[in-house]
Ligand binder design. Structure first.
Ligand SMILES: NC(=O)c1ccc[n+]([C@@H]2O[C@H](COP(=O)([O-])OP(=O)(O)OC[C@H]3O[C@@H](n4cnc5c(N)ncnc54)[C@H](OP(=O)(O)O)[C@@H]3O)[C@@H](O)[C@H]2O)c1
Length: 291
């Protein structure tokens, strides 16, 4: 693998999928002097953006790839379970001299551990159909021959996308389910952890799969209560999951079918990354102040 140089202004990042995490990463990496250009499915006014849409076969002009050193894909599997980037551009990516390729995946590939901790050395055991698709996409990236690093992420939140928005838009449901926990990660820690690994790639052992999660998986109710407290409002009375279930969409129900604590020991102990937002309280305070 060509891991010769640390991050500098000669690096050009191509970021596929400029959604919540992709956009945050692009902004952060630009602040370090790197070039970052991002994809979206339709044309927009951003001069650093290009169109890529695997659904209708729109691929970037070949000039976009000139001088690219790093790629980050933030695009989920398509409806058929295929990876949109590899499905359309694998040969093109393989023809470039890339230093690094990152792929944002999900901790859903671990399946239901009934609340137990799960780490990168545990065998994936997907439960949901979408997680089987995700694991297949991970495999395709791992077998692509590209210098790939996969980041498994739990629920992503940050300014503009957190429980505060759900409360404000009246989409909040306060559901109680005994012993149920969720792991989560602040969007700034996704970018920061990746940048930390890239900056230190010459001194740190390279791991192809890394979880990025905070230190404190906890129940959804704790998070919601904390938001209501910060807002100075009273939290609505919780509804038992068994009663709430019938009104939940299939996708919302599916999130409650899995219960796991995602370990960040590889990232934070072995590799030495220091989280900016160690837990939901610190992270949500940041969202509260930036809303
Ligand atoms: N949200 C979570 O809590 C969470 C948790 C764990 C893992 N993940 C995974 O982590 C990654 C990043 O998550 P995110 O929430 O930051 O993503 P996001 O905001 O939903 O953005 C996804 C991006 O993918 C693009 N995209 C989707 N389908 C595409 C296709 N067929 N062709 C081209 N572009 C396509 C979208 O394009 P447009 O900009 O044009 O819409 C968008 O820029 C995703 O793979 C997601 O599934 C998310």
């Amino acid at each position: 693998m060509n891991f010769a140089s640390a991050l500098n202004n000669k690096n050009k990042f191509l970021i596929f999928g400029c959604g919540f995490s992709g956009n945050f990463f692009a902004k952060t990496i630009r602040q370090l002097g790197c070039t970052a250009i991002t994809s979206s499915r339709s044309l927009n006014k951003d001069p650093n953006s290009f169109v890529f849409n695997s659904e209708n076969g729109i691929v970037p002009n070949k000039k976009i790839f000139d001088g690219v050193t790093h790629i980050l894909s933030c695009i989920p599997p398509d409806k058929n379970g295929k990876d949109p980037v590899l499905g359309s551009l694998k040969d093109k990516l393989k023809s470039l001299s890339l230093e690094w390729v990152g792929y944002l995946s999900t901790t859903g590939v671990y399946g239901n551990t009934k609340g137990d901790w799960v780490s990168e050395t545990d065998q994936p055991n997907p439960f949901q159909n979408r997680s089987h698709k995700r694991l297949n996409c991970e495999k395709e990236w791992l077998e692509s021959g590209l210098p790939i690093q996969i980041f498994r992420l739990p629920g992503i939140y940050g300014p503009g996308r957190s429980t505060f928005e759900a409360i404000r838009n009246k989409k909040i449901r306060v559901i109680a389910k005994k012993n149920q926990v969720f792991s989560r990660i602040h969007v700034a820690d996704i970018s920061n952890a990746i940048i930390y690994l890239l900056k230190n790639k010459n001194s740190l052992k390279f791991h192809r799969i890394i979880n990025i999660a905070d230190d404190e998986p906890c129940s959804q109710i704790e998070v919601i209560r904390y938001c209501y407290d910060l807002l100075g409002l009273e939290m609505p009375k919780p509804i038992l999951f068994e009663d709430a279930k019938k009104e939940l969409s299939p996708i919302a129900q599916s999130f409650w079918m899995e219960n796991r604590r995602v370990s960040n020991k590889l990232l934070c102990e072995t590799l030495g990354y220091k989280l900016i937002y160690k837990n939901y309280k610190i992270g949500l305070k940041n969202c509260f102040l930036n809303n």
